[in-house]
Ligand binder design. Structure first.
Ligand code: MRU
Length: 349
């Protein structure tokens, strides 16, 4: 099975199953989830990760909770489902798709709130299925727009994993690469690691290798060298939240790559579904940045190489200012040099 055919999340036997991305590529296994609390734990612990995939998981978390509660009286059902949604909202702070998906599920619920709990649960499950299917369609549309930006022979750097594994399928940044290859373009991918969670080395490299898309792995500190030697023609990354002025939050280290790309006149593109744009936040300074456990920086899994007693920081995301972004690749087309007026126009506000 190729990676793009892999179902990152799937609905089986009235449960949500998610690939355990913590153990890929050494092991490939699904874990089953049956409640909002369990899905929230799966998101926090990085079983599922990547902004759109987190949103889809959260939507199913709401539906699962509604199914669990569907024998309760309407008032208890409503109180407890609200608690479940709050638990999901606390799982991870940066990817706005989580909050976007929860808002959409709440809106669906509000439209049918006087129905019987089991009817509400059925409708919420249908809404979660819709969010999942729409995500794949959006990624395909973005992929087609993004593929047009790449030239024959381009060597394209990506940071972290914005692939099928970070979405319901096809991927955002990796969706651009897949669509370019499907269109017959001869491109190759350069994946950096990135430290500390190694989504590039473990997940992006795995996805590209599965599909025979040429991929070269570099460590995070090699991007400047490769740009300076003329071995990188473009950068395409994903994002967790874009502010109203076009500032982009993405995996820690993205800012470093963007600064280097600007210095070397290399285009820096961000693949970004509209659900990742947060018009309620003026600029990147207001985007909440997750701090993850320090053990992730001490070493990898149980093997720690850092000196005991050293103080450690682990911000999981950084913000790239809009001025460094060549274009946002969205399902509505490519927004070149994004700024507030262009994003306002995009949402027709
Ligand atoms: O901490 P992660 O693995 O959830 O971070 C993922 C990223 O930073 C991705 O680039 C981003 O979510 C976009 S995924 C299409």
């Amino acid at each position: 099975m190729t990676a793009s055919k892999v179902e990152t999340l799937r609905w089986r036997n009235n449960q949500l199953e998610m690939i355990d991305q913590r153990v890929l590529p050494a092991a490939f296994k699904y874990i089953a989830y049956d409640s909002a609390q369990s899905v929230a734990t799966g998101i926090r612990d990085m079983v599922v990760r990547g902004a759109p995939a987190i949103g889809v998981a959260a939507a199913y978390g709401v539906a699962l909770e509604a199914i669990q509660l569907s024998r309760q009286r309407l008032q208890d059902f409503s109180t407890n489902l609200t608690k479940g949604i709050e638990t999901l909202a606390q799982s991870r702070p940066t990817a706005v798709n989580l909050f976007w998906a929860l808002e959409r599920m709440k809106k669906k619920w509000q439209s049918i709130e006087t129905e019987m709990p089991n009817t509400i649960a059925d409708e919420l499950l249908n809404e979660a299925h819709a969010i999942m299917n729409e995500d794949i369609a959006i990624n395909r549309t973005m992929g087609a727009y993004g593929a047009e930006l790449l030239k024959e022979g381009d060597r394209v750097l990506t940071h972290c994993n914005a692939g099928a594994l970070a979405t319901a399928g096809h991927g955002t940044a990796l969706g651009v690469f897949r669509s370019a290859v499907e269109a017959g373009k001869n491109i190759s991918v350069i994946a950096d690691e990135p430290r500390p969670f190694l989504q590039g080395a473990r997940l992006t490299a795995w996805e590209m290798v599965q599909e025979n898309i040429p991929v070269t792995l570099i460590s995070d500190n090699m991007a400047g060298f490769m740009m300076n030697t003329g071995e990188i023609d473009a950068v395409v990354v994903g994002t967790d939240r874009v502010a109203a002025n076009g500032d982009v939050a993405n995996k820690i280290g993205t800012y470093m790559v963007a600064v280097l790309a600007s210095r070397h006149n290399i285009p820096f593109y961000v693949a970004c579904p509209l659900s990742t744009i947060d018009m309620s936040i003026n600029d990147g300074k207001a985007i909440p940045i997750e701090e993850r456990p320090v053990d992730e920086v001490k070493g990898f899994r149980d093997y720690h190489w850092a000196a005991e007693g050293v103080s450690i920081r682990n911000p999981a995301f950084d913000v790239t200012p809009a001025e460094l972004v060549t274009g946002l690749i969205t399902e509505q087309g490519v927004i070149k040099s994004p700024d507030k007026s262009k994003l306002v126009a995009l949402f027709d506000l």
